[in-house]
Design a protein around this ligand. Structure first.
Ligand SMILES: [Zn+2]
Length: 291
């Protein structure tokens, strides 16, 4: 067996046995952070660059899947990627933000608030580089509807479906498959073309809404609970008509894609807004810091 073929077989085997991921795939997180970079104030952009690890090459987006690689090293961080609900299409912080042991604030919303607070506080014991990378990742996660899915099916992870001809699960469809199919069908498999398309939507189709996306009146926290509530509502629609062994094809894809694109856009705009509030600087477009 040739070395390349052996390597291929090993990689395929590794992919087949990989545990179900609990995050937008690499592409989703990269896109959220790439969009965020373009909305940062000069001051925030400089502060972020100073905190990035050397391997990021000065790009926040390069670090936005780091948190997924730390889930086994930092086991406590695993529940911070999501906030599942009993399935009533709502997110209730007091009820839903805890880990499996019932420890409060151990969910994606609590994590966004905590890492934001840590970055604002220079005496925080947390490593600021890690806080930044966690924050950037979790703001992406909270926008993926199935990260606020239903507890009893682990946010769709236990619902096995066929995405066209491929066996996958409902959670993975929203993390990865919709984005992959869109890239292949509409963007020539080029991530930057898809990012540009989303950015263009933000400045054109969603120009009026965009201000509302970033508005947050909370003085003490972020508005991540609001983003989770939006996801919980979208998740209920995502589950509609989906059962074990369902086959999801064009109808589902064309309903899901606009939602995925908008959530990536909102994630990017809001991550930038949070970072701009943390690191100060003048508004890029009328954003008002209230903290
Ligand atoms: Zn994640």
């Amino acid at each position: 067996m040739g070395l390349l073929l052996l390597l291929h077989v090993l990689l395929v085997a590794a992919a087949a046995t990989a545990p179900a991921a609990d995050a937008w795939g690499k592409e989703g997180h990269y896109m959220v952070c790439k969009i965020a970079e373009s909305f940062l104030t000069k001051e925030a952009s400089t502060a972020v660059k100073e905190l990035l690890p050397g391997w990021a090459g000065g790009e926040l987006a390069e670090t936005c899947s780091w948190a997924d690689t730390q889930r086994f090293r930092y086991r406590w961080s695993s529940p911070l990627h999501f906030a599942d609900t009993p399935g009533d299409c709502e997110f209730d912080y007091a009820r839903d933000c805890h880990n499996t042991k019932g420890e409060k604030n151990m969910c994606v919303v609590g994590a966004i608030n905590n890492y934001t607070a840590a970055l604002k506080d220079s005496s925080s014991p947390f490593d600021p580089t890690e806080s930044l990378m966690f924050l950037a990742h979790f703001v992406g996660d909270v926008h993926q509807p199935l990260h606020c899915g239903h507890t009893d099916d682990l946010g769709g992870n236990t619902i096995v479906v066929h995405w066209y001809r491929r066996k996958t699960n409902l959670h993975h469809v929203w993390d990865v498959n919709v984005i992959e199919t869109a890239m292949k069908d509409f963007y020539g498999n080029d991530q930057s073309t898809m990012i540009q398309a989303i950015q263009q939507n933000i400045t054109e189709e969603w120009a009026d809404e965009e201000k509302k996306w970033e508005a947050c009146r909370s003085r003490t926290k972020t508005c991540a609970d609001k983003y989770a509530a939006e996801s919980a509502k979208l998740a209920c629609t995502a589950y509609e008509g989906v059962d074990q062994d369902s086959t999801l094809e064009d109808d589902y894809f064309f309903a899901a894609l606009p939602v995925v694109q908008k959530r990536i856009a909102q994630g990017g705009v809001r991550l930038a807004a949070i970072l701009n509030r943390i690191f100060g600087g003048n508004s890029r477009s009328g954003f008002r810091a209230v903290d």
